[in-house]
Design a protein around this ligand. Structure first.
Ligand code: HEM
Length: 550
């Protein structure tokens, strides 16, 4: 009897798995036919716009994934001009003329208020944070979070950034003494994680203190998550080509241990668990427990020194109300925001720092000019009787390093980690004389714009002098947009600039670097780049640090 029952249960599972497969098969055929024979609204509206030839079903996906979308846009901009279309799931419009970019991102903000939500992100979570939230909800959350980035706060964060940069310098000096090869991308990632932990969350991750700290594990998980989120896996492909099939396909893939979806889900779950621990630690502070009680028994916040007096992002969030609805932020919204800040606020700046070191190492004249500016500043300070150990430049004082700023800007021009930005039309409208129906996605190819020789002559050359005030005045204000534009511009842009400048100042006060070309260049001698959600050096940034001679 028991045997019969087991048989019936097994066959029941078999039948249901079989019916799901048949159903998916039929749906696929139906969707394929619709996709091939019925043009979408966007395809009809954009039929006269030029663009690369696309193939049935896959559109331009193969090219985008094989060459990298940053390179494709560079090529398409050269071939089809400043306005073109391509097909990835639906037909998309790409605009790169700075005037039209300004029109979409700034002047028509009411229409282009939101970004499209890619099918491969977790809609429920992402829709509650900032990057992919929409309409009035986004306005309320953005206004609630904005005070974290006020100038007064940034002045205060400078001290934390300085301390974290000093830890990185100390590690690199040790490596220099041993002539060790170092993956600077990972080490810079640990630094940016510590900066964000202290300044935004009020926790000390200690990512830089050893080889295998929990903070470091979190740094790696975040970085890999960002890489993999847009990688070509079955559910991503279906999310792009046939959104309705994404969920059933993901359901199946998640049951196969080791599959890309399975690994991705596990990594995301880990980051969410860590985010939750951070929130709980902060909540306990609000309940007036002493921080000693907050040493959690499990990693990585177990090491967290959660100071009661810090007015950070989390204390603000837990007390914040959505400025539009007046409602307190839900627990799910707070978790989504912590997750998003861990993702958006660490890897981006670490990539930029690594790219800056790469550019400087390959351009000794710029490197020397920057080192001179740093040296002269500290010599002047010494003459005024202020010791280096006592000096922590504030946000405003960083203005005294104009060339360092230009180096960061030129790095972001050559290697903007947000290589493409997007907006979605919330109503029918006209852009540059083209009628766009509601729902059409418009992309701005930042990387391609920054490499357009008509806007930036000799675009592959690293020349921080492009950002001399006289040269800037001669350029369109929307020709250089590494942090995006308009009200939806990167909320952390001043935080990121402050962190990158401070880190470069502290690094180049004492060190220089040799890059290990064999580990990071392509056979054609160019830096090997990878684009997932962000643009980054594919194989890390391998360097040998050297202590500067006095
Ligand atoms: C060098 C470092 C960084 C770069 C290059 C960068 C770039 C960008 C870009 C291009 C966007 C899209 C803007 C648009 O669509 O117009 C963006 C959005 C965003 N960034 Fe950053 N970012 C950096 C650092 C940071 C940091 C440090 C944080 C947080 C601490 C952060 C948080 C965000 C958030 C939350 C958004 C979404 C904003 C919204 O939709 O309201 N980013 N970033």
């Amino acid at each position: 009897m028991e045997l019969l029952q087991q048989y019936l249960e097994a066959s029941h599972h078999f039948v249901s798995a079989q019916s799901v497969t048949v159903l998916i098969g039929l749906l696929t055929i139906l969707l394929f036919s619709v996709r091939i024979f019925v043009p979408t609204k966007a395809a009809r509206a954009l039929r006269k716009v030029p663009g690369p030839p696309s193939y049935p079903i896959v559109g331009n996906l193969v090219e985008l994934f094989s060459k990298g979308y940053h390179e494709c846009h560079k090529e398409w901009l050269r071939t089809y001009g400043s306005m073109y279309k391509y097909v990835m799931g639906d037909t998309l419009l790409v605009v790169s003329d700075p005037d039209i970019v300004q029109q979409v991102g700034v002047r028509m903000f009411k229409t282009f208020h939101d970004r499209p939500m890619p099918g491969f992100v977790d809609e429920e979570r992402a829709g509650k944070a900032l990057v992919f939230s929409k309409g009035q909800y986004w306005t309320g959350v953005r206004n609630a979070v904005l005070p974290l980035f006020h100038t007064a706060k940034l002045q205060h964060f400078g001290r934390t950034m300085h301390e974290c940069a000093e830890q990185l310098v100390a590690r690199l000096e040790k490596a220099a003494a041993n002539e060790e090869q170092v993956n600077l991308l990972e080490w810079a990632g640990a630094m940016t994680m510590d900066v964000l932990g202290s300044s935004a969350f009020g926790v000390t991750f200690n990512s830089q203190v050893g080889e295998k700290t929990d903070g470091l594990t979190l740094t790696k998980a975040v970085s890999e998550n960002l890489n993999n989120i847009a990688k070509l896996r079955i559910s991503t492909l279906l999310a792009i080509l046939f959104p309705p099939l994404r969920k059933p396909a993901q359901w199946m893939m998640l049951r196969i241990p080791g599959s890309a979806d399975y690994v991705h889900r596990q990594r995301t779950a880990y980051i969410l668990r860590e985010s939750q621990k951070i929130i709980e630690a902060r909540r306990k502070v609000r309940e007036r427990l002493t921080w000693r009680l907050l040493r959690l028994l499990t990693c990585p916040v177990q090491e967290a020194d959660v100071a009661e007096t810090r007015h950070d992002f989390l204390s603000m969030l837990t007390q914040a109300r959505n400025k539009t609805t007046g409602e307190p932020l839900s627990d799910k919204a707070i978790l989504a925001l912590v997750f998003e800040f861990l993702s958006a606020g660490t890897d981006t700046t670490a990539n930029t720092l690594s790219f800056a070191v790469f550019c400087l190492t390959n351009n000794p004249a710029a490197e020397q000019k920057m080192c001179r500016e740093i040296r002269e500043f500290y010599e002047k300070l010494e003459k005024e009787g202020v010791a280096d150990s006592e000096f922590r430049p504030t946000y405003d004082e960083l203005a005294q390093f104009p060339y360092v700023e230009q180096v960061v800007q030129e790095t972001l021009r050559l290697f903007p980690t947000g290589a493409v930005i997007s907006r979605q039309a919330s109503q029918d409208c006209h852009v540059a004389g083209i009628h766009l129906p509601k729902g059409v996605n418009v992309l701005i190819p930042v990387y391609a714009m920054h490499h357009n020789p008509e806007v930036c002559p000799d675009p592959d050359a690293f020349r921080p002098e492009r950002f001399d005030p006289a040269e800037v005045a001669g350029r369109h204000p929307y020709a250089f947009i590494p942090f995006g534009l308009g009200p939806r511009m990167c909320i952390g842009h001043r935080f990121a600039m402050e962190e990158a400048k401070l880190a470069l100042i502290r690094l180049y006060k004492r060190l220089t670097f040799t890059v290990i070309n064999e580990k990071i260049l392509r056979p054609d001698g160019k830096l090997d780049l990878q684009v997932g959600i962000v643009l980054k050096p594919r194989n890390g940034m391998w360097v040998v640090p050297q202590v500067q001679s006095k």
